[in-house]
Write a protein that binds this ligand. Structure first.
Ligand code: XIL
Length: 658
């Protein structure tokens, strides 16, 4: 089984789907209660309504439920930019961008590529001193590498992003300064060669109305057309301020479509000074109606993309301090008035969609260090021991002593605990043995030969009293090894570590929004970010990798089996709630109805003989208390149908199934 060397599709469709397996189960209910969604209204008239997507937003079941239902197009938010795709010259990294592409494929959405050549979010190597010829080659190699990787998948590429100054002259970027205007033709030509099917766009902001900048763009595309350079469309970003939709928007769109070009509104948001009041939200709705209406009224204007779904994934609050409320959904994923306006602008009748259920936060692992190191050890020559002299909770903790470098500290492999594509909250308590220092939690992620060190919690001053370190970690696909560790930036002194927890999204908490969707979920939720290790619902790593299966036999179990299926393959997500006596070691068995074959699993060891499957606990989740639940997932392929297994047994006892 070598899933690491799978093709882009085989690998990452599954990975992204893993985060959304839950979504698949609740979506039909959400859609049904929502009536005709924005995406359905758009699709019915051959229009595209899109959102920017990011690997981080994809890990949110709430984001996905709204995006799955409401948009029929997605744009790479940051994942397709140069710093993400070619951080080191000649070494392309598509893990994150693949996740967006595969999300689009798995959910049947059109994909917009963003962006091949830009002056921003460039790694520093791009701008180091070199000849014009070498700089041109850097550009062509990048465009060829990225557009070639996604060839056939991307409907439209923002080939050149933001090339203009406000007065309509070309911006003095590293590209223009070193290569002159020819860089634009070079980029377009290389993109066409690498992906003949993709429509090639030039994209900019403040080009929505007829003005000096949009006229600069208008003149440029005419020059390109005259020179026979491939150019298919212009993107009007449309980062607007409430009440300020340019009156010449439609006229401007029409002058571009009159050149035979497509026009798209590519990054729409309408920001409001915070707090937004009702009058501003009403004005915003009419702004959205005006923008979408102007585009939809012109045959060559083929789509509108908003720059995110809701408050949570909007770039506005961070980039325009004091502004926000710029997108169609609010901080709780409730539709704003602008939602209805957009549906109506596309000729539909809006039914305000129910917000998606709030997910629970479930424990993936907890390390209270009450007995032994539970798999923790040293990163270098320092010494890692379990001690009972100092503790944050209980009576045990870990001491890291004899450190001789800042990077040394307690570490533990966690590859088998985490599922790629998911977002985790990693927390721990740390202190020094004496004096003060600055500590943080980090991850060491190995992708074949490449090693990445990823900061999880912020640098935090610690002293001789316990301090909590906590942060989110998005586990990108493709890792061959992964370890969590504690490090310090400024000391070689002794450190204590205790009560490390790893949590992630679980099934929905409440049944309020989609009653029948969440009614089947039988885990007890805990949304509290400060889940104490002892309160951890289900999982308490035993530290012994050989926790023997089938110890104890429950009198009852409830299985929730969901799949996210893309035809020929699927991600299975299984939650078992133990309604019987506590178990220490478990095996869940079922028989596939067709020729499904599991080829990767996380959270359990899955073996298959013919159609019979058995999933045995991992070293760290064998103990399941009464009423607690345990979750694992797997990736499988099939050629016939993908009917659900009818029955499951948990340590030999038949389970109820939902
Ligand atoms: C923004 C992203 O949304 C942010 O997350 C990032 O930090 C900066 O870039 N014009 C563009 C987009 O073409 O790529 C920008 O996206 C917003 C402005």
């Amino acid at each position: 089984m070598n899933h690491r060397s799978w093709t882009r599709h085989a690998r990452t469709v599954g990975v992204v789907a893993a985060a959304g397996a839950l979504v698949a189960a609740v979506l039909p209910v959400l859609a049904a209660s929502a009536g005709q969604t924005l995406a359905q209204v758009a699709t019915a008239r051959g229009f595209h309504i899109g959102t920017a997507a990011g690997v981080r937003t994809l890990a949110s079941s709430q984001w996905r439920q709204v995006a799955d239902a409401q948009f029929n197009s997605v744009t790479m938010g940051n994942e397709g930019k140069w710093d993400a795709t070619e951080p080191t010259q000649g070494q392309f990294d598509f893990a994150a961008a693949d996740a967006i592409a595969d999300y689009a494929a798995a959910t049947g959405k059109r994909l917009r590529g963003h962006t091949l050549v830009w002056h921003s979010q460039l790694p520093s190597w791009v701008s180091t001193d070199r000849t014009a010829a070498a700089q041109r080659q850097v550009l062509i190699d990048h465009v060829t590498g990225v557009a070639g990787h996604f060839a056939g998948d991307v409907a439209q590429w923002d080939v050149v992003n933001e090339p203009f100054n406000e007065d309509g002259t070309l911006r003095s970027s590293v590209w223009y300064t070193r290569l002159g205007e020819s860089y634009i033709a070079d980029a377009l030509t290389a993109a066409r060669a690498a992906d003949p099917a993709a429509k090639l766009f030039i994209n900019d902001y403040n080009v929505e109305g007829v003005n000096a900048k949009s006229t600069g763009l208008y003149n440029l595309v005419q020059r390109l057309q005259a020179a026979g350079v491939p150019i298919d469309g212009v993107g009007l970003q449309a980062h607007l301020i409430v009440g300020q939709v340019p009156s010449t928007l439609r006229q401007n769109i029409e002058r571009f479509t009159a050149l035979g070009l497509k026009v798209e509104i590519t990054e729409l948001d309408v920001r409001i000074p915070l707090p937004a009041d009702t009058a501003e939200l009403t004005q915003q709705a009419s702004d959205y109606r005006a923008v979408v209406g102007a585009c939809a009224a012109v045959a060559g204007c083929t789509g509108v993309t908003t720059w995110g779904v809701g408050e949570v994934d909007s770039w506005i609050p961070a980039f325009f301090p004091g502004y926000g409320a710029a997108l169609l959904f609010d901080e709780q994923w409730r539709a704003r008035p602008a939602y209805t306006a957009v549906v109506e602008a596309l000729g539909g009748t809006a039914t305000v969609p129910a917000p998606p259920p709030v997910p629970s936060q479930v424990s993936v692992a907890s390390f209270p260090f009450e007995s032994g190191l539970a798999g923790w050890g040293s990163r270098g020559s320092e010494v890692t021991t379990q001690v009972t002299t100092v503790a944050h909770g209980g009576t045990g903790s870990v001491l890291s002593s004899g450190r001789t470098a800042t990077w040394q500290g307690p570490t533990r492999p966690v590859l088998d605990l985490l599922a790629p594509g998911k977002l985790y909250t990693v927390s721990a308590w740390a202190r020094t043995a004496s004096g003060t220092g600055t500590a943080r939690l980090s991850m060491q992620r190995q992708n074949g030969t490449a090693t990445r060190y990823e900061n999880v919690s912020a640098n935090t001053a610690i002293g001789t009293s316990w301090t909590r370190l906590s942060g989110d970690y998005l586990f990108l696909p493709g890792a061959t090894a992964l370890s969590v560790y504690l490090e310090t930036t400024d000391t070689t002194g002794d450190l204590y570590l205790d009560d490390v927890t790893i949590e992630t999204e679980g099934p929905p908490v409440s049944s309020s929004a989609s009653a029948s969707a969440s009614a089947s979920v039988s885990v007890s939720p805990s949304r509290s970010p400060s889940v104490s290790p002892s309160a951890s619902r289900s999982v308490s790593p035993s530290g012994s990798p050989s926790a023997s299966p089938s110890q104890g036999g429950p009198a009852g179990c409830a299985v929730r089996y969901t799949t996210n299926d893309w035809g020929g393959g699927f991600v299975g997500d299984v939650t078992v709630t133990n309604t019987g006596a506590a178990v220490n070691g478990w095996t869940l068995r079922w028989t596939f109805a067709g020729d499904q074959r599991v080829n990767q699993a996380w959270g359990a060891t899955v073996t298959q003989t013919g159609a019979a499957v058995s999933a045995t606990n991992a070293a760290w989740n064998g103990t399941v208390a009464t009423g607690a639940a345990v979750n694992f997932g797997f990736l499988a392929g099939y050629t016939g149908g993908n009917a659900r297994p009818a029955a499951f047994t948990f340590n030999g006892t038949a389970c109820t199934v939902s």
